[in-house]
Design a protein around this ligand. Structure first.
Ligand code: F6P
Length: 371
């Protein structure tokens, strides 16, 4: 057992639904069970690098019971500002890692719970190792690509939004006899597209992990038409490349490149080959907002309680994870350094193919032999 009195908690990386539910669970467990004082660090690692420090004490009466239901993160977050290569106004980068370590000690923290994706967990783990700081991680990301965990906080809500979008697109697609393309987030992972597309009744689902052909998409749309339906739903993950393998990005102000554009690329290519009208919806950040689903609230609550128990047991350098219908914990070192992508042989891909959805690759459906 470790001697803990003051626990810090921060959210890092892109936000998602369920972060506040995780913060609430950490606060409840730490105060009700262990009697600790909890401090919320603002703006991810920035709060401990700022002078004065940027933090707030988190108490049980926080937000009058509303925290579980709220989207976003009350602590703020950032997916920029790596302390090891912090971007300076003159365009150079500076190593500010020591400021974070000093900030941890200035606040008198005994341990830190970090709620982040694999990128954030990697950076925070490196910082904590450098300073000999006690840390436990909780995985979150709508992309659901953190290694070692079947689910990360935010994924359930994101696919719920995708399904709702498809539920709204289908009636208008049907009324106008159109092909509707829905571009969804996920970076290099196709989990959102695959799960959201199956649950939302897509005819075509394209993910970065499985190559596709324009011929394959056209063949599926023609097949649907032969069956008597004059509209189709196509879900494409933002990280998909063009049919000839070119990555697509959109450059925003400040010269920052983001995934985007594959939906419009596909619409142009399909319009050349089919006589059905094609329209595009790029779902974007609505996938990250809104109230968390029941599943995300449950996951966040389970993760928060287990993370605090790890701190109490002095088990640091570990991340909580969901495996085989329960919460476990794994070394953070086994999580970082790569993402959990869609396995083309996965049962979910098999389900999609079994439903007749075009997912690229060899679209035949091997029949599973029972033992
Ligand atoms: O990693 C989460 C995610 O929402 C990705 O799916 C998406 O590509 C990216 O973040 C968007 O980042 P930003 O909020 O910086 O635009």
């Amino acid at each position: 057992m470790s001697e803990i009195h003051r626990l810090g908690v921060l959210t890092s990386g892109g936000d998602c639904a369920g972060l506040n539910a995780a913060i609430r669970a950490v606060v409840h467990r730490a105060i009700y069970t262990y009697g600790w004082t909890v401090y919320g660090i603002r703006e991810a690692n920035m709060g401990l690098m700022s002078r004065p420090l940027d933090y707030q004490e988190l108490t049980l009466d926080l937000f009058q019971g509303n925290l579980l239901r709220m989207g976003g993160t009350i602590l703020g977050t950032t997916n920029k500002g790596d302390p090891f290569a912090f971007p300076m106004p003159d365009g150079t980068t500076k190593d500010r890692s020591q400021e974070f370590i000093e900030g941890f000690h200035m606040l008198g923290l005994d341990a830190l719970v970090v709620i982040g994706g694999d990128g954030s967990l990697m950076i925070l783990d490196k910082l904590c190792q450098q300073g000999g700081l006690a840390m436990v991680g909780i995985p979150k990301t709508i992309d659901n690509d953190v290694n070692q965990t079947e689910f990360a906080i935010g994924f359930s809500t994101a696919i719920h939004v995708v399904v709702e979008a498809l539920d709204r697109l289908q009636p208008t697609a049907s009324s106008h006899h159109r092909v509707m393309i829905l571009e969804v987030m996920g970076r290099d992972a196709g989990h959102i597209a695959l799960s959201g597309g199956i649950a939302g009744g897509a005819d075509v689902i394209l993910v970065p992990e499985i190559p596709y052909s324009l011929d394959g998409i056209v063949a599926k749309i023609e097949e649907v038409r032969r069956e008597g339906r004059r509209h189709a739903l196509v879900v494409v993950a933002e990280g998909c490349k063009t049919a000839d393998g070119t990555p697509l990005t959109v450059t925003w102000a400040g010269k920052q490149a983001r995934y985007g554009g594959i939906g419009y690329y596909l619409s142009e290519k399909l319009a050349e080959r089919i006589d059905t009208e094609v329209r595009v919806t790029a779902l974007g950040h609505v996938q990250r907002g809104g109230q968390p689903t029941a599943q995300d609230r449950l996951l966040a609550s389970s993760f928060g309680v287990h993370a605090v128990d790890l701190v109490a047991a002095g088990k640091f350098g570990r991340m909580v994870a969901w495996q085989d219908r329960g919460v476990v914990d794994v070394p953070i070192s086994s999580v970082v350094g790569g993402s959990r992508l869609v396995d083309p042989d996965d049962a979910v891909v098999h389900t999609a193919r079994g439903l007749g959805i075009y997912v690229g690759g060899d679209n035949t459906v091997p029949v599973k032999q029972s033992a």
